[in-house]
Design a protein. Sequence first.
Length: 178
Amino acid sequence: MSSPLTITIAKRTAETAAQLAALGRQTFHDTFAADNQPTDMAAYIEANFTPEKQLAELHDANTVFLLARMQQQLVGYAKLRLHSQLGLSPDKTPEERLEIERLYVLEDWTGTGLGAAMMRRAIEEARQSNCRAVVLGVWEKNVRALEFYRRFGFKVIGEHAFALGSDIQNDLILRKGL
């Protein structure tokens, strides 16, 4: 019997963009609303999770979205970016690396192993793309995510500012060699 979980590469369609926008809004809100001002959350969500913005991201040649479905219901996604400069100074030539820009699952699926399955798939995508490393940024106050990434062997290599509306927050930059 096959698993009810599927993780596939997203199609570059308006329908997929609308699904990503809705899922992105919900998962970002569920993850961060309790710790941030409503006006900052609203500004960030409106700027980053519209169907138009998602469609543009889907059509970026260096971006891949992974969609996780459980019995055909969309329950999580990851946004991956090839040739990432995250954590590098502008004068450095990047090694072949993949950035996990987003990895989110619906709140009901947190702690079920879905995030781990998506992370394994993201790392597999990096290897298939001949990347030497995977990088990501994570809010320094997101303890649960930091522990999750550490379990996969990510280590802090730096930090950078992240604008959530008018609130400038500190993200840690993590790296895992392959």
